[in-house]
Design a protein around this ligand. Structure first.
Ligand code: EPZ
Length: 421
């Protein structure tokens, strides 16, 4: 099993290009099911989760081209001429929850589907009741048998759906189901994340009629069929934020290219509050940091609030900040596992319910730690960059799910980091 070995204490210097957004690429890949024409994507990140989604779609009968790197920069072509097997097996769904997103498109395309329930996840129960409720409102009959959702729908019909809570993939799922439904669907209390907008932009190029993506009310007018599309996936705002927090913690000066500064405004504001100097261009962000960061508190919230996917990274920054920070997690019920590992590096963190109180200290001490989930892994990498001595991070397959060649990119910025097994 691969590990990451980091020798801490060096500032970051240089330039790195951010990859395409995992959480936009995954739902956008599912839109291939909605048309017989080819979907040609670029800027798709090379990640375990993308490979898992490609495998899942391929076994349904979708032709999936090899992911090309280089000048085509993450090119991926998909074509669903026919769906031969509308099923998502437990073996794949349990490794990647976003697999459930195929259910709605399969119902829209061929009127039936058998998709495994995703089961639990390290960061929380993460049920899919809003997905199921929305599809039922659109006329699907869904029975749960032997851990599978067995779904049928002659033809999905438009419905007015009020979501009980803001759900990113729930919004994406129902938007994809609605584009070929009979009539108009209105999603109330919809998620406003940039990845939802990216998906809507791709669907509209395919011929879908969608208004309001990016707001909390999305209207979809069903059409009879969709064409193919060529689409470039948006930059990954969480990878971007992760690099920025790493530079704020380790010090130095880095420049990120291929970024979308507008999609991480709160992260930039928090880093400026911590004392970083930040310049943004159309698709670039430059950050410069010297000295200890000031302690910055945060409360996670749906977009445009402080992203839960940035919470673990900011906690790592807070461990060496000048002062005490309060970090409150409101989206998931168990997303503080990185705190226990940061404590092994000497961090002073006390958990009170869904709030972590982090008293900054001068220096962390390198140690052996274990990654528990995707963003927790990133948090431990940031801590390792600033800890005195060596930090060895185990179970970094969690990291590889969502970060493309992180150690290579950080190494190019001067970090002493290598993959060992
Ligand atoms: C998406 O997960 C992201 N994943 C997550 O990123 C991200 O943390 C999350 O949104 C919040 O921003 C992808 O986009 C693939 P939710 P999702 O549905 O859609 C509850 C990462 O690190 N809920 O917005 O699964 C749920 O339990 C990953 O890249 C229900 O109760 O999250 C949670 O408490 C981690 N019932 C809250 O809503 C439902 O039917 C928000 O979850 C759906 C959700």
């Amino acid at each position: 099993m691969d590990k990451l070995l980091i020798a801490g204490g060096r500032p970051l210097e240089g330039e790195v290009r951010v990859s395409g957004a995992k959480n936009a690429a995954l739902p956008i890949m599912c839109t291939a099911l909605l048309t017989e024409s080819p979907l040609k994507l670029t800027n798709v990140p090379t990640l375990i989760d993308v490979r898992t989604m490609a495998k899942l779609l391929a076994q349904m009968g979708v032709e999936v081209g090899a992911q090309s790197a280089g000048e085509n920069e993450g090119g991926l072509e998909l074509r669903a001429r026919a769906i031969t097997n509308p099923e998502a097996p437990y073996e794949l769904v349990k490794t990647m929850r976003a697999s459930v997103l195929v259910l709605g498109p399969l119902l829209a395309r061929c009127g039936r589907a058998r998709v495994s329930l995703p089961g639990g996840c390290a960061i929380g129960a993460r049920p899919v009741d809003q997905h199921v409720k929305g599809l039922q409102a659109m006329g699907a009959t869904i029975s749960i048998e032997h851990g599978f959702m067995n779904a049928r729908a002659e033809r999905l019909r438009g419905a007015k759906i009020a979501m009980d809570m803001v759900t990113v993939t729930g919004t994406e799922h129902l938007m994809m189901a609605a584009v070929l439904a009979e009539g108009t669907t209105v999603l109330e209390n919809a998620a406003r994340e940039p990845e939802v907008v990216d998906l809507a932009n791709c669907l509209r190029i395919m011929g879908a009629k969608i208004e309001g993506a990016g707001s909390d009310v999305i209207r979809i007018e069903g059409v009879s069929s969709l064409a193919g599309a060529e689409y470039r996936v948006m930059p990954d705002r969480i990878e971007t934020g992760t690099f920025l927090v790493a530079a704020a913690a380790a010090g130095g000066r880095i420049r990120l290219t291929g970024a979308a500064p507008g999609s991480l405004a709160v992260t930039l504001a928090k880093l400026r509050e911590a004392g970083a100097r930040i310049q943004t261009g159309d698709s670039s962000i430059e950050i410069e940091m010297s000295g200890r960061p000031a302690a910055v508190s945060a409360i996670t919230a749906p977009y445009p609030g402080f992203a839960t996917d940035m919470q673990a990274q900011f906690m790592a920054l807070a461990t060496i900040a000048d002062g005490t920070a309060q970090i409150t997690e409101t989206i998931f019920e168990n997303r503080f596992m990185h705190a226990l590992e940061l404590q092994r590096l000497g961090a002073d963190i006390t958990i009170h319910g869904n709030t972590a109180v982090v008293k900054g200290i001068e220096r962390l001490q390198g140690a052996k730690v274990m990654a528990t989930d995707l963003r927790a892994s990133a948090s431990l990498v940031i801590a390792g960059l600033v800890a005195q001595g060596q930090t060895l991070i185990d179970r970094i397959y969690h990291l590889d799910r969502g970060y493309e060649a992180l150690e290579k990119k950080l190494g190019a910025l001067g970090a002493r980091i290598q993959r060992v097994n």
